[in-house]
Design a protein around this ligand. Structure first.
Ligand code: SF4
Ligand code: SF4
Length: 509
């Protein structure tokens, strides 16, 4: 950490000069034998990795039509090439989205197209050598699956999906990434990414009740495993102890308290994050999601509300229906999904984002605020990738952009927007998403944060912005770590519900 410095700020926007090979060999640690086996993957790189990898690729091409389209459709127009924060920050041409796709496309051509089989050199087809496999491990772990590039692609090619397929293939031959595999293992074993056991969680929540009582004089509850509660809150485990995440958890609890909503956490399913998506593995994605269904059924709740976590909301919003039976389109042949459908209250959106819950209560007049409590903050909002480009809120297009901003404007007096070419669907990744939030990728994380830091500096210098509000646990952790390297105070980042917590009036219903 000590010797990682931030790249120099540039006049924004600018296309960076190329530095070929700048991030070669900068990929993450390889996952260990025990971790891999615990998830059902081969312990280490198998001897027949070449044939297995090609077979797996064929399997994925057959299963996901989109992947075949992405392999065939690119016309190398270059519209995506300067849109990736990792390319902008590292200047490594292999971090251009089109080049990242080509790492797989060249292999696809060799084994799955006739010209590639007959005249490989003519069509840019490559054998899958050990060198190529290493390149995949390196550069497919320098993509945060943020999908910004796909917004600019005239064909809508989604590099994130290519990255997920590559990671899925790597895992299938025993060549996974340590951080992601380790985290998924902890969720299966204990119920959350941190490996925080139930009793420790209960202790932490009791401590929070005492802290809030001391601060406000009011008994705000942080209930766990309460059968028959109305709402099950599924939130990222970082909310239970990390700064500034915990301040948002306090905000959610205050909202539930002020609106008289009975709610509970689950000690068995205490994690919103689902790293199964990051590694592109359907079975892992489903297994993690099923813990939430089990908790909902056991506790008999009527609603499932998801806390501030970007990719968790994408998984919940886009995939929970078919994975676990929460939401419309649940599998009619899945008896547990159908049980859950009967149990949940369909007057409400299932699942509900905590921002949807809070905004709904604000609109109904069930919450009131002292906006002056946030007067020391001049606030801007960073749209998180998976919320912005992989989900919605409020049941209408663009709700995911409006609702968090509406909440901020309801609880604070000073809000400004960042450069519009970097917000809403064009937002930049924080630099730590997609399963890359690990110290062994610190250089990548710092460099990948450059575009967002540049735009933040603009509003900080010109409009005095001193608070960056987000609704993603990964963004909170990533920004807290890299902002000091860019000369900002780490406390400048916080959740939308941290601002809610500051301003909410608890005495009134
Ligand atoms: S998905 Fe995001 S991180 Fe990956 S190549 Fe595209 S812009 Fe870069
Ligand atoms: S914008 Fe789309 S078509 Fe153009 S180079 Fe990028 S991925 Fe290919």
């Amino acid at each position: 950490m000590a010797d990682i410095t931030a790249p120099a700020y540039r006049v924004f926007p600018i296309i960076p000069a190329l530095k070929p090979g700048a991030m070669e060999g900068s990929g993450p640690y390889v996952s260990g034998e025990k971790m891999n086996e615990a998830l059902g993957f081969p312990g280490k790189l198998v001897d027949d990795w070449h044939d297995k990898a090609i077979a797996k690729m064929g399997d994925l091409l057959g299963k996901y039509r989109s992947l075949t389209v992405y392999m065939d459709a690119c016309v190398h127009c270059g519209a995506c090439s300067d849109k990736c924060h990792y390319f902008i920050g590292t200047q490594d041409p292999k971090n251009m989205p089109v080049a990242r796709q080509d790492l797989m496309r060249s292999v696809y051509r060799r084994y799955f197209t006739l010209p590639g089989k007959l005249f490989p050199k003519l069509v840019g087809a490559r054998d899958l050598t050990r060198e190529v496999l290493d390149e995949w491990h390196n550069y497919y772990h320098q993509c945060s699956e943020c999908r910004r590039c796909s917004v600019f692609c005239p064909y809508g090619i989604d590099t994130a999906e290519v990255t997920m397929a590559a990671r899925d293939i790597l895992d299938s031959v025993g060549y996974g990434q340590k951080y992601d595999i380790e985290i998924i293992g902890k969720v299966h074993k204990i119920g959350n990414n941190l490996g925080l056991p139930g009793p420790a969680l209960i202790d932490t929540m009791e401590g929070l009740e005492e802290d809030v009582k001391e601060d406000t004089g009011i008994d705000v509850r942080f209930p766990i495993d309460v059968k028959g509660a109305e709402v099950l809150l599924i939130t990222p485990s970082a909310d239970f102890f990390a700064e500034p995440h915990i301040d948002s958890l306090i905000g959610y609890a205050k909202v539930f308290h002020a609106t008289g909503t009975s709610w509970t956490l689950s000690s068995m399913s205490s994690e919103a994050a689902n790293f199964g998506m990051f590694i592109g593995n359907y079975e892992q994605l489903r297994k993690v999601a099923l813990r939430i269904r089990q908790a909902a059924l056991e506790l008999g709740v009527k609603r499932i509300v998801v806390g501030e976590c970007g990719h968790a909301w994408r998984v919940a919003y886009s995939f929970w229906n078919t994975l676990s039976g929460v939401g419309e389109g649940a599998d009619p042949d899945d008896k547990f999904a159908q049980m859950l459908q009967k149990q949940l209250d369909h007057r409400y959106r299932q699942p509900t984002h905590i921002c949807e819950f809070t905004w709904d209560m604000i609109e109904r007049g069930a919450l009131s605020f002292d906006k002056e409590a946030n007067d020391k903050h001049i606030i801007t909002f960073h749209d998180s990738c998976n919320v912005a480009r992989g989900s919605s809120m409020g049941g209408y297009p663009g709700g995911q952009f409006d609702i968090p901003r509406n909440i901020i404007k309801s609880v604070a007096n000073h809000f400004v927007e960042m450069d519009p070419s970097t917000t809403h669907e064009k937002t930049f990744c924080c630099g730590g998403g997609g399963g890359l939030l690990t110290d062994d990728l610190m250089e990548l994380r710092v460099k990948g944060a450059l575009p967002r830091m540049e735009v933040l500096k603009q509003v900080a210098d010109e409009q005095g912005v001193n608070f960056l509000a987000v609704i993603c646990a990964i963004c909170k952790t990533q920004f807290s770590k890299v902002m000091p390297i860019y000369g900002f105070d780490r406390k400048m980042v916080g959740g939308v519900h941290q601002l809610v917590s500051n301003a909410i009036r608890l005495g009134e219903k």
